[in-house]
Design a protein around this ligand. Structure first.
Ligand SMILES: Nc1nc2c(c(=O)[nH]1)N[C@H]1C(S)=C(S)[C@@H](COP(=O)(O)O)O[C@H]1N2
Ligand SMILES: [Mo]
Length: 198
């Protein structure tokens, strides 16, 4: 399978690959607000609802049957560590949005995780090929602590915008705040502007 390298996304924001105030780590720390939820392949369901023409309910098999790709991305945690050159396989947000037929009045998106996590983004920030629903890291099934079976990753925002254990996507017609955004984290979360808190 071909790999799409999107590690040059930083050039949109300046000349530095490592955003200000970040240091590179070769480890992959786990950061969760609580424990790692359990899941069951038979009952796992992924739902898309809200401002869409075609709400979706997908089983695990149906989800991983969607057109997928492998990407190399950088990962920036708001607490100050960055992990470069992560290889992920999954479905891009635009691919999923096309299946759901997003309505013209949709402006924002809320992602929901099985641990009662949520995180919000403007629709325009999501409609990028680098916004990925992934089930595979470095060629292996995504570990439960890192959000397996399915999580969101993106290189252009702090990683709290990527819901682990994601099972729901809601298209909104006005902004709402997710779990950390309600607790003081930035809604915009651009690492190159150090948008950490609001
Ligand atoms: N569902 C869920 N997603 C989440 C979190 C969480 O607690 N629950 N933590 C966020 C934060 S703050 C970060 S930095 C990354 C951490 O991902 P990792 O544990 O794989 O390093 O996941 C994000 N997504
Ligand atoms: Mo984080």
């Amino acid at each position: 399978m071909s790999k799409r390298d999107v590690t040059d996304v930083y050039t949109e924001f300046g000349e530095k690959r490592l955003p200000p105030g970040q240091r590179e780590t070769s480890r992959f720390p786990v950061l969760s607000k609580g424990g790692t939820p359990k899941w069951n392949k038979e009952t796992w369901k992924f739902e898309v609802w809200g401002a869409v023409e075609n709400p979706l309910t997908l089983s695990w098999e149906e989800f991983i049957d969607l057109p997928s790709e492998t990407q190399v991305q950088d990962f920036h945690c708001v607490t100050g560590w960055s992990k470069l050159d992560c290889t992920w396989t999954g479905v891009t947000f635009p691919t999923l949005a096309e299946h759901a037929q997003v309505r013209d009045d949709a402006t924002h998106v809320m992602f929901y995780g099985m641990d009662d996590y949520s995180t919000d983004l403007p629709l325009a920030e999501c409609m990028r090929d680098e916004m990925l629903f992934t089930w595979e890291y470095e060629g292996e099934p995504l570990e439960p602590d890192h959000g397996g079976p399915l999580r969101v990753v993106m290189p252009h925002r702090y990683a709290y915008k990527g819901a682990k254990w994601v099972t729901g996507v809601e298209f909104l017609t006005e902004p709402e705040r997710g779990y950390w955004e309600k607790r003081g984290y930035s809604q915009t979360a651009n690492p190159w502007n150090e948008e950490r808190y609001s």
